[in-house]
Design a protein around this ligand. Structure first.
Ligand SMILES: Nc1nc2c(ncn2[C@@H]2O[C@H](COP(=O)(O)OP(=O)(O)OP(=O)(O)O)[C@@H](O)[C@H]2O)c(=O)[nH]1
Ligand SMILES: [Mg+2]
Length: 384
């Protein structure tokens, strides 16, 4: 029953590299976004024994595709980028706070209690909400504010101050060649689409990058990444579905090294943080990469679905224990997300929040900006 996990020399031969295809070089950003955003079925995620990958010679894994950089699509063809406020306006955070302050409330204990409830229900978490409101309460008691507008301004400052320490953008350190970025997270959080968006971003910045299709559970997952790579002329290292993930990522690093790529982004299968067998597989990926580069992976990005709520805290704990997370991406903050989970994460862990997902298009993966984020959640003024 476990035989599909065993890597045979035949499996190694099956490894493919998505060819660069001049015919699809001019696919506009929107089409690429469609591919990146295409829905995929949930992974079955069986718990399987871990098998060390065979350490095959580098020559067998050299990517055929040149590391060509596709032309950057014409900016005019891309629809106007939506503002943070437009993207975040549907969140419970924005709605609750908007409703609270539009009543032109009196500065009293009842308002502070309501504010605390609004923050907690928007996923900010009990600890962060209580801290924020108790600080404001002290200042209200000292008569620092004349009206609710001033209280709102103080809340804005306090929220931004909570996030500034975690707004540390990802730097692709040139001393690592390639810089290895591993994308991890539970099922369906947006890992693969985020890879598509990041790949486009780094390609436009002039990086020679390669992708590793490390989600080997489903053929659809490999195809999703390969299609993206073909359209954007980014080489994708993949083996058939059912291959060993650590082996695919190991091969991809070997290939990226031999091609002189400066960035390798590896996808992994979604896994529940409670599935210990699958979490062990992540440790194995780290161990195996270490055979080629002791410092790899240089970034482990954990993607958290912004609609997850307080369960996000458990996810960070478990993934951190299994593989050592170095940065977070909080996706899907548009739509039904309540908006506050980022504050809870910042308060609990202090891990860098590298990017946030504000929608499905390529433009919607933004470098995390605390002021833009907070301003997108809060009412512009008491009339909002
Ligand atoms: N609205 C919105 N949808 C997003 C965002 N990021 C990803 N998605 C959608 O989330 C769905 C799942 O995305 P995937 O990238 O396939 O998720 P994954 O983590 O790779 O999933 P598995 O490989 O199954 O674990 C897709 O429909 C994406 O378009 C975002 O920021 N906003
Ligand atoms: Mg995926």
């Amino acid at each position: 029953m476990f035989k599909f996990w065993k890597k045979s020399p035949k499996d190694a031969e099956k490894q493919q590299v998505a060819p660069a295809d001049a015919a699809v070089a001019d696919v506009p950003a929107e089409a690429a976004a469609d591919v990146a955003a295409q829905p995929i079925e949930p992974a079955a995620n069986p718990v399987e024994p871990i098998v060390e990958p065979a350490l095959l010679p580098a020559a067998e894994f050299v990517a055929e595709a040149p590391l060509a950089v596709a032309p950057v699509p014409d900016a005019a063809a891309v629809p106007a980028k939506k503002t943070w406020r437009e993207r975040l306006s549907g969140s419970a955070f924005a709605k609750n706070l908007g409703a609270l302050f539009s009543r032109k409330p009196k500065l009293d204990d009842a308002l502070l209690d309501e504010l605390e409830t609004a923050l907690i229900t928007a996923d900010v978490g009990v600890a962060a909400s209580t801290d924020l409101v108790e600080n404001l309460r002290r200042r209200v008691n000292k008569r620092e504010f004349e009206d609710a507008t001033q209280l709102l301004a103080a809340l804005r400052e306090a929220l931004i101050a909570l996030l500034v320490p975690v707004a540390r953008p990802l730097a692709i350190a040139p001393e690592h060649k390639p810089f290895v970025l591993l994308m991890v997270g539970v099922n369906g959080v947006g890992k693969t689409t985020t890879i598509g968006k990041l790949a486009r971003r780094y390609q436009q910045e002039g990086h020679d990058l390669m992708l590793a299709a490390g989600d080997t559970f489903r053929a659809a997952a490999v195809e999703q990444l390969k299609t993206w790579g073909e359209r954007n002329r980014v080489p994708v290292i993949a083996q058939g579905s059912g291959a060993d993930a650590a082996s695919v990522i190991f091969d991809a690093l070997q290939s990226a090294k031999s091609k002189g790529a400066d960035l390798l982004i590896a996808d992994t299968a979604g896994r529940l943080h409670t599935q210990s067998g699958l979490m062990d597989e992540l440790s194995k990926i780290r161990r195996v990469l270490g055979k080629l580069d002791a410092s790899a992976p240089h970034e482990v990005l954990l993607v958290i679905d912004g609609t997850t709520g307080q369960n996000a805290i458990n996810q960070v704990r478990q993934f951190r224990a299994a593989i050592g997370v170095t940065g977070l991406v909080v996706s899907k903050l548009d739509g039904t997300a309540k908006g506050g989970v980022i504050f809870a994460l910042a308060k609990e862990f202090g891990l860098p929040i590298r990017f946030v997902g504000l929608g499905e298009s390529l433009d919607d993966l933004r470098v995390f900006d605390p002021a833009a984020f907070v301003d997108g959640l809060l009412p512009q003024n008491l009339a909002a």
